[in-house]
Design a protein. Structure first.
Length: 422
């Protein structure tokens, strides 16, 4: 017997079919849940052109979109990223008013907040009467204290400001109300799960926010095969202290691999410090800073390397790890945060995250092993792609979320029908 369809409201401030990260997460959750339920997607008005263009090509399923934005006069301070937290907070308030009016007519069975996926930001749609699902949310990861010294003054200042901002955010009574009203909270990592429980969430599951689309799999499948004979290691991302690029470079120098290269794709404020570091380490001739590259060229570069090095110090997701694994590259990361939920011993290496010395030691040992064992890199790469295609397709995540919805609805119905004990 086919399960009945539920009326579902999905709140996704960030939502776009043409982008990755959080906008892609918002889109793919809505798209998958429309396979099982009648979905109303509440999102920003500026997402409308991309969403409607994509929906015109979707024949199997669709969903209703409800677009909301603050008045034009209230948007100016958000330009360039300034004031985005305040803007998002105010958007949440306005979106709640829109959702409340919808709920009077539709009577939602489930309300689901998807993006932004931050555990320290409240969701006002949790105030509706329907069972509330929160997440997956992240942000509960923090840089281990022992790693702060190696991040430079800029990095330490950023971490201090980030910690203070989270501490202030956790004082918001609406955040704790969001936690208490969640029938199910989904955390991207075990670290965030601990924070959600501390805030008062009753039921918390760990469920990653990253997923593989059919387009992702097909695009990487079209790339030339990985050349594991080339002894190159690769890091991709914005050059920020918390990304841990300095750890990867220190490990590369320690491994002392003849003829090896280290490529870095991306740019950012930490570039000068990293360039000075490679001079200090004596590996400047082996390290190439390639800058920001188009996506197609970045994907092509993946095929020219033996492994991705991604020692991020507080990463909730790990989208670059997912793409590298799809491209049949093993991943070297810390046993900490989002990447550690993606990488296994069969698909890469998890370095000790207790101290910089231990992390660099483990990363260097992994590089040296892959340098002498291209067959190991090849086997890990194939296992990595198989893991992504088996456990991380968005279609599979849709099944998981459908099970969450039905469980919280069943629990809510059971609670309403519990006979009085008086």
């Amino acid at each position: 017997m086919q399960a009945s369809r539920l009326n579902v409201l999905i709140s996704a401030y960030a939502c776009s079919p043409s982008r990755g990260s959080e906008p892609g997460q918002g889109w793919n959750v809505a798209l998958q849940m429309a396979r099982y339920h009648d979905v109303w997607l509440l999102t920003r008005a500026n997402n409308r052109p991309a969403i409607e263009a994509a929906l015109a090509q979707q024949h199997a399923c669709s969903f209703r979109c409800v677009y909301y934005d603050l008045p034009r006069w209230a948007r100016w301070w958000k330009r360039g990223g300034r004031g985005i937290r305040l803007y998002y907070y105010l958007w949440q308030l306005g979106a709640w008013a829109v959702a409340r009016r919808l709920n009077r007519t539709i009577a939602f069975d489930v309300v689901h907040h998807v993006t932004f996926g931050r555990y320290w930001a409240p969701s006002f749609v949790s105030l509706l009467s329907a069972p509330f699902v929160w997440g997956p949310v992240g942000g509960g990861e923090s840089t281990p204290r022992a790693f702060l010294q190696g991040m430079g003054a800029r990095g330490r200042a950023y971490e201090a400001v980030r910690s203070a901002a989270q501490w202030v955010a956790e004082l918001d009574p609406f955040l704790r109300l969001t936690a208490r009203r969640s029938c199910r909270a989904l955390a991207t990592t075990p670290e965030t799960a601990m924070q959600l429980r501390r805030l008062g969430c009753r039921a918390v599951d760990v469920l990653g926010a990253v997923g593989v689309t059919e387009q992702d799999a097909a695009e990487l499948q079209r790339q030339p095969g990985v050349n594991h004979d080339a002894l190159r290691f690769l890091s991709i991302g914005r050059l920020l202290p918390w990304k841990g690029f300095h750890l990867g470079l220190q490990a590369f120098a320690r491994a002392e691999m003849s003829g090896a290269e280290f490529w870095i794709i991306g740019d950012g404020p930490d570039r000068r410090r990293l360039e000075a570091l490679v001079q200090q380490l004596g590996v400047a001739a082996q390290v190439r800073f390639l800058g920001v590259l188009p996506r197609t060229e970045t994907l092509a570069r993946l095929g020219e390397c033996r492994a991705l090095v991604h020692p991020s110090l507080h990463d909730s997701g790990g989208w670059v790890c997912l793409e590298a694994m799809l491209a049949e590259l093993p991943v070297l990361c810390l046993d900490h945060g989002g990447p550690a939920t993606l990488v296994t011993r069969d698909t890469g290496f998890l370095a000790n995250a207790q101290s910089p010395d231990l992390a660099v030691r483990d990363l260097a040992a992994a590089m040296a092993e892959l340098a002498h064992r291209p067959d190991r890199a090849r086997a890990m790469g194939k296992a990595a792609r198989a893991r992504m295609l088996t456990e991380y397709p968005w279609s599979y995540k849709g099944e998981q979320l459908d099970a969450v919805y039905r469980d919280v609805v069943a629990s809510a119905n059971a609670a309403h029908h519990v006979p009085s004990q008086n």
